[in-house]
Design a protein around this ligand. Structure first.
Ligand SMILES: Nc1ncnc2c1ncn2[C@@H]1O[C@H](COP(=O)(O)OP(=O)(O)OP(=O)(O)O)[C@@H](O)[C@H]1O
Length: 199
């Protein structure tokens, strides 16, 4: 198996009294989409923060190689005063796939010389996908792609991301059960699995 993410016996709480994760397990392989669902406040964003090392587990292990993230609000993922190109160039080592990805994402080349506020929400979301894919991740964390886009575009975004599944595994946070069922191999309901094994 081509494992790209392995979470074992994860325990985490913001306070000692209230654990959000207690002995939580999850694995993801290249080519796989897993959707994380559950009510507001159940710990979906916290899981991404743990995977990206912004939070540290109390116990257990998270083993992951290269991660990139696509966040729900594309305007908050880019600095308002720099062009899209400058912000991609800052974090990407190898730009050789830029032209082909622009085509696949239906983005005109001239758009990336603009600043975020000069683009529509959908264009900017595709720019954040462009940046994430150029980083050549093993794991793509996708946080609620529906929120900034209408439902048809959200499906298109996921359809597009799934074209890159041969290169990575995708972990998707969503409130949209239709989207989760449509695109994922496995749905992890944190409400049910919080204290169980989610493998
Ligand atoms: N920095 C923090 N300090 C203390 N508690 C926090 C912090 N961040 C989140 N929490 C709490 O941890 C719990 C999980 O929050 P989290 O943001 O992971 O939920 P979520 O499932 O992503 O919610 P939503 O669907 O509303 O985005 C919530 O009860 C929240 O209030």
């Amino acid at each position: 198996m081509n494992s790209v993410l392995s979470i074992e016996s994860l325990t985490f709480g913001y306070t000692k009294e209230q654990l959000i994760y207690d002995d939580f397990n999850l694995s993801l392989n290249k080519g796989e989409v897993k959707a994380i669902v559950g009510p507001s406040g159940c710990g979906k964003t916290t899981l991404f923060e743990l995977i990206t090392n912004n939070l540290l587990p109390q116990s257990g292990s998270i083993s992951v190689s290269k991660v990139s993230s696509i966040y729900q609000d594309p305007y908050s993922s880019f600095h308002p005063t720099y062009t899209i190109y400058e912000q991609i160039n800052d974090v990407v080592d190898d730009m050789s796939e830029l032209s082909s990805l622009l085509k696949e994402l239906h983005l005109e080349e001239s758009l990336i010389d603009k600043k975020p506020h000069e683009l529509s929400g959908g264009q900017l979301q595709r720019c954040s996908i462009l940046r994430a894919l150029l980083m050549k991740p093993d794991v793509l964390l996708v946080d609620e792609p529906t929120s900034a886009l209408d439902n048809v575009i959200a499906l298109e975004v996921m359809q597009l991301l799934m074209k890159f599944l041969h290169k990575c595994g995708i972990l998707l946070i969503t409130h949209d059960m239709f989207l989760a069922q449509w695109c994922s191999d496995t749905i992890i309901d944190l409400n049910e699995h919080r204290n169980n094994n989610a493998e």
